[in-house]
Design a binder for this molecule. Structure first.
Ligand code: PLP
Length: 389
């Protein structure tokens, strides 16, 4: 199959690199390969490219250039903050997070738990919503860090990070948000925010893979995770991924220019898809918060059939790439920990499919999915001992 024949609706897993991003990267993979830390003129262009990208990232986030730390991915940014907080907040041995975080947060917390750190995982209701009263009760003077994602990768749910940051600060704790899924999809303005740290990942908004940022509010205590040379003002060692950083900067500039489109055209396509599926498939149910959700994500369950089977048929019949859980859990037999935390029953857990759109999707693609999907669901249900009616 040709990549042009694909209908790609798995943009929460990764996104296509924008052509402008590729062009912004090219010179640093061909002619301008100098090390940005070297003193000769040949390194001037790579160093300049990093400065430009820092400004572009800052403009997207509403942050100052010196608050941007380039990392290798969202996972690294998450790891760095969590470990740093325990080091800088001496005497505080508790972390507060949620049961629906990405493994990049959850698995660090679990590892630290084994080393004696006390971790509280906030629960969610059937719609995946947090209870702020529970958060207010468990955040104490013992808490080093509260870390709650801005948007969930599976359901698209948005979380009340400003209220949570306020609760954290009231007890002297730091606040971090994993905004990997939010950046480029909803507006963020850190100048009018209480967030201390924010993680993002370039490949989720049409930048290259292997790029990330850790936003650190100026003067917030931070202990580096990758220690070595003096890159990133000694906050993250390692020779800079110049091409990747230049590409991510360009992706940030484009994301800012397209933010309005995410909220209008992409949202309208998502809504058309969701409504169409609800009307044409038997027993569907939308997973997630009906009110506070990313504009691009639709997570829907079709009872009595396997999400994996739906995915295979979608790919075979229409070249449609969707997901039945986050990319990191696909391949394991365990159902999604997010949907589990929401209390979905066995049938719903196994029959859920996520469609996540981007600005590159078209109405014709949505029409094609709406044509193929009901046939797939009906044919699989006919094979299911529970689904036959
Ligand atoms: N956090 C969230 C919410 C994610 O969705 C992902 C990736 O899917 C990550 C973190 C990890 O990002 P990366 O792949 O850049 O390490």
């Amino acid at each position: 199959m040709n990549s042009q024949d694909i209908i790609y609706v798995d943009n929460n897993a990764t996104t296509r690199v924008a052509p402008e991003v590729f062009e912004a990267m090219r010179p640093f993979l061909t002619d301008w390969y100098g090390n940005p830390s070297s003193v000769y003129d040949f390194s001037g262009k790579p160093a300049e490219a990093i400065r430009t990208a820092r400004r572009q990232m800052g403009e997207l986030l509403g942050a100052d250039d010196d608050e941007i730390i380039f990392t290798s991915c969202g996972s690294e940014s998450d790891n760095a903050v969590i470990r740093s907080a325990l080091e800088t907040q001496r005497g505080r041995r508790q972390l507060v997070t949620t049961a629906v975080e990405h493994p990049a947060v959850l698995n660090v917390c679990r590892t630290l738990e084994k080393q004696g750190v006390n971790v509280h995982y906030l629960g969610v209701d059937h719609f995946g919503r947090l209870n702020l009263e529970e958060a207010a009760q468990v955040i104490t003077e013992e808490t080093a860090l509260v870390t709650v994602m801005t948007a969930n990768n599976e359901t698209g749910n948005l979380y009340p990070i400003e209220q949570l940051a306020e609760l954290a600060h009231a007890k002297g704790a730091l606040f971090h948000t994993d905004a990997v899924q939010a950046v480029g999809k909803i507006p963020l303005d850190l100048r009018h925010s209480q967030v201390d740290f924010l993680s993002l990942s370039g490949h989720k908004f049409h930048g290259p893979k292997g790029t990330g940022v850790l936003y650190r509010r100026r003067f917030t205590p931070f202990a580096p995770f990758v220690i070595g040379g003096h890159q990133e003002r000694s906050q993250r060692a390692g020779t800079e991924n110049v091409a990747g950083i230049a590409g991510m900067g360009k992706a940030a500039e484009l994301a800012l220019a397209h933010l309005q489109e995410e909220n209008t055209r992409v949202r309208a396509l998502r809504d058309k898809l969701e409504l169409g599926l609800l009307q044409s498939c038997p027993d569907p149910m939308v997973n997630g918060d009906p009110e506070h959700r990313l504009p691009n994500t639709c997570n829907i369950c079709f009872k009595y059939i396997e999400g994996e089977a739906i995915l295979l048929r979608l790919a075979n019949l229409g070249g449609i790439c969707a997901s039945s859980g986050s990319a990191c859990t696909t391949g394991s037999l365990e159902p999604s920990h997010v949907l589990k935390a929401m209390g979905l029953d066995y049938q719903a857990l196994h029959g859920s499919v996520r469609f996540s759109l981007s600005r590159y999707n078209t109405e014709a693609e949505i029409d094609k999915i709406l044509e193929v999907m009901p046939k797939v669901v009906k044919s699989l249900r006919a094979l299911s001992p529970f689904g036959r009616k």
